[in-house]
Design a binder for this molecule. Structure first.
Ligand code: COA
Length: 362
């Protein structure tokens, strides 16, 4: 079953979301493009704005409710406007198929590749173990999009197209590596992947002046919170397309902060870590417990060589936390960052794999 409750998903490159009636006119015009007609195998011979609205309210909504068919919008991350369509269908035995097309006005901007990476996370977080796709030898753009998302070319078969013509079909597949073994339960905390329902709790933390002061972000509005959570939901592990892991910190059932780990050098396994904890819960070692756990995960699960943390030099609480978590003070950069109207100093902390003994509580 496709867990469409995970939508919308967002990255810097694309947004993947359910269709809305405002998308209907752009969908209908994109669907009339000859390349879409030739390659996307849309079920209807033609589409109008009214027929697409009817589909959104009918078959498309029913497919989402059943969880076996997701006809989704690929939206522009800056405007949220429709740019193309991505369909997940044919779910069976852990496998689901993806199809996609872009409106001709929006091709060549990386939106299709970005949306496919988000579809990979949707399928993975829905519990599927394999994503498949089919294309034809002459469709080089779609092959490139599939290869960029990590799909491997499988066998080629012969089939009969809707036109009656015999075609060669190239089968592509992507084995969905399991997500990081989360949630992680520590003595007092539960560290788990983000979900949309976390947005209000995180907004209450990130909108505080004392939290935002030393972060690069301005205090979060509700819209900021939804946007950030939609992005973080795709950060399911360092080996995924996002090369990042974003976890919320839960204490006694409440969200009290978050920890993120992301690769800064994919090949050499170098990462950076960042954290935010609700000041209402500070002073009890909860952040240290969360950061130690994620560092251990980074070294043991992902074989990291080094993890760094950077912070505003005035952020003494964060510097103490880095030290308590076993990181060493490595540098003080003077006025290297322009933030919120002033030059600020940055502290760099780091920890190496060789400084961590496997299995030990850090
Ligand atoms: C296939 C399609 C979705 C790609 O959309 P897009 O917006 O160009 O996709 P992206 O910008 O994300 O990526 C396109 C990639 O293909 C490459 N590409 C585009 N045309 C190409 C061509 N003729 N030959 C080789 N590579 C090509 C681009 O350079 C880019 O690769 P890069 O990121 O390494 O530079 C779009 O062309 C389309 O809608 N075609 C009609 C429907 C269709 O074919 N759907 C797929 C059915 S399987």
């Amino acid at each position: 079953m496709l867990d469409v409750g995970l939508l919308p998903l967002r990255s810097d490159h694309a947004v993947l979301r359910t269709m809305r009636s405002v998308d209907a006119s752009a969908y209908a015009s994109g669907a009339s493009d000859p390349a879409v007609r030739q390659h996307a195998h849309l079920p209807e011979p033609e589409y109008t704005e009214a027929s697409v609205v009817a589909l959104i309210e009918g078959a498309i909504r029913e497919g989402l409710e059943r969880g076996d068919l997701a006809v989704l919008t690929i939206a522009d991350p800056a405007t949220d406007a429709f740019t193309g369509s991505l369909v997940l269908f044919g779910a069976s035995e852990g496998s689901v198929e993806a199809g996609f097309w872009m409106h001709p006005n929006h091709r060549g901007k990386g939106l299709a590749a970005g949306a496919l990476a988000l579809a990979v996370e949707l399928a993975r977080r829905s519990g599927f173990t394999r994503l498949v796709a089919r294309t034809v030898p002459e469709n080089k753009a779609s092959q490139r999009v599939l290869e960029r998302a990590g799909f491997i070319q499988g066998e080629a078969t012969r089939d009969v197209a809707p036109s009656g013509q015999e075609v060669v079909l190239m089968h592509y597949l992507l084995d969905l590596k399991p997500i990081t073994p989360v949630p992680v339960q520590t003595e007092r905390l539960r560290l788990r992947l983000h979900q949309h329902a976390d947005a209000p709790a995180l907004q209450r933390i990130y909108c505080r002046a004392d939290v935002a002061r030393y972060l690069l972000d301005e205090p979060w509005s509700e819209t900021d919170a939804s946007r950030h959570v939609s992005e973080r939901m795709t950060k399911t592990g360092l080996n995924g397309a996002s090369t990042a892991l974003a976890l919320v910190i839960e204490h006694e059932g409440a969200v009290i902060g978050d920890v993120q780990l992301w690769l800064t050098d994919i090949k050499r396994r170098v990462a950076e870590i960042g954290w935010v904890l609700d000041p209402a819960h500070s002073g009890r070692g909860l952040a240290t417990e969360a950061v130690r756990t994620v560092l251990t995960l980074g070294f043991e699960q992902y074989s990291l060589h080094r993890v760094a943390a950077q912070m505003d030099a005035r952020n003494e609480a964060s510097a103490r936390l880095a030290q308590r978590a076993g990181m060493q003070h490595e540098a003080h950069l003077r006025q290297d960052w322009w933030n919120k109207g002033e030059w600020t100093d940055t502290l760099i902390y780091g920890v190496l794999a060789t400084e961590v003994s496997p299995g030990s509580p850090r």
